[in-house]
Write a protein that binds this ligand. Structure first.
Ligand code: GDP
Ligand code: MN
Length: 380
């Protein structure tokens, strides 16, 4: 589960992390009222689960009412990489002289959490990691002991952080690590951690992903998930117990089994299409699960066609086919073309049963993917 920026900042602030004064807003009037209370200049920031909002036009600075109104009008309701922006965070703007990156994640290779600091903070830490991995200082932490002060200090020193702010940055890193651990996070990240002229250190952005399997012992975070569920397909997927990742393309993909779905994604790309999502409905294919999966992909406005790639195993192909047939009975007409390919146990029996009036039934995976790409406007 991924927290929104405003939620992660609440959690950060509670733990004593320096965050800017901020308020959530859902309308232009609310933006103006929040800006009035906080005082100009403010930053208006889209609250959707996409990275790189800054570059994509989802963040604007405002010096006065007029600019705040413009920012609100342009960001609220905008489409940001497939997400409609329904809420913005209005935040005291930070006048910064430097932007750092700090993060904590699990290093599976080492079997230990790793704390990271870089003086190359700002928008694009992924490309820093690729092109200049040495620009990110890393400190592995023994979970039995937690992060020692000398480790936080060493990471900050190795990253070449200015002396004047080094001890505050080390403090932020320690707090971030404790949060990561106590809140069952898989990732916790501040990018940028802004440094002001007065050598103040401020968390200007906040990312926190929580381990879904630990939500039972983080009830306040689980509540945050429900609060945000309305506008969020990923939260909906959690409700249905699907593994779902939204992507930028227009070919919806549904399968049972993560490997099968990944293969389908690769093939869509291979045939010149662009996947709209990863959706693994897991074992079996009961009518209700199929119906929920269709509901998910159809509620993504970017989807122009859907490819169903299903494998009959313990759940046989004919059962899968019946599941699909009864799921699509709920529609008078499917809103987008749906291509189905069945394989595995009783696949032939399944294909015979499938409702070929409403669905495109294809025998091969390649054929099914190509057909779905055609329906979605053809190869790029
Ligand atoms: P992201 O692009 O989605 O990661 O959003 P961030 O919150 O990290 O903001 C991206 C960039 O917007 C930052 O690196 C800053 O350059 C700019 N920005 C965000 N908030 C502020 C602010 O309060 N003041 C100023 N001057 N710039 C900001
Ligand atoms: Mn950021």
């Amino acid at each position: 589960m991924r927290l929104h920026e405003y939620q992660a900042k609440e959690v950060f602030a509670e733990a004593g992390m320096p965050t800017p004064d901020a308020e959530l807003a859902e309308s232009t009037d609310e933006v103006l009222a929040a800006a009035e209370r906080i005082g100009y200049p403010v930053a208006v920031k889209a609250q959707v689960h996409v990275g790189g909002r800054g570059k994509a036009g989802g963040i604007e600075l405002a010096e006065n009412d007029e600019e705040a109104r413009e920012a609100a009008d342009s960001i609220l309701g905008m489409d940001l990489k497939g997400y409609t922006v329904e809420r913005v965070l209005v935040e005291q703007a930070v006048d910064f002289v430097d932007e750092l990156y700090v993060g904590v994640t699990m290093d599976r290779g080492e079997g230990k959490p790793v704390a990271m600091v870089s003086s190359e903070g700002g928008v694009d830490i992924e490309s820093v990691a690729e092109e200049h991995p040495e620009a990110i200082a890393r400190e592995h932490v023994d979970p039995a002991f937690g992060m020692h002060h000398y480790q936080a200090n060493r990471a900050v020193y190795d990253a070449g952080v200015d002396r004047e702010v080094a001890s505050d940055v080390a403090g932020v890193l320690t707090t971030l690590f404790d949060l990561w651990e106590n809140r069952d996070a898989s990732e916790a990240e501040i990018n940028p951690l802004m440094i002001t002229e007065e050598n103040e250190v401020v968390a200007a952005d906040a990312v926190m992903n929580i381990d879904d399997d630990a939500l039972f012992r983080q009830p306040d975070l689980a509540e945050m998930e429900e609060e945000a569920a309305g506008d969020d397909l990923e939260a909906k997927a959690n409700e249905y117990d699907f593994d779902y990742v939204r992507l930028d393309g227009n070919v919806g993909i549904i399968g049972n089994g993560a490997g099968l779905v990944m293969t389908t994604l690769d093939l869509v790309d291979y045939y010149g299409g662009t996947p709209a999502n990863f959706l693994d409905i897991g074992g079996g294919a009961k009518a209700e699960r199929v119906a929920n999966a269709l509901d998910m992909v159809f509620s993504d406005d970017n989807v122009d066609s859907v490819v169903f790639n299903l494998f009959g195993g313990i759940t046989r192909g004919d059962e899968v086919a019946r599941g699909i047939n009864s799921a699509i009975e709920e529609f008078d007409e499917l809103p987008k073309p749906v291509v189905v390919r069945l394989a595995g146990t009783n696949a032939e029996e399944g294909m015979d049963i499938l409702n070929a009036d409403a669905l495109d039934v294809e025998e091969t995976l390649e054929g099914a993917v190509q057909r779905a790409v055609e329906h979605a406007g053809g190869a790029r």
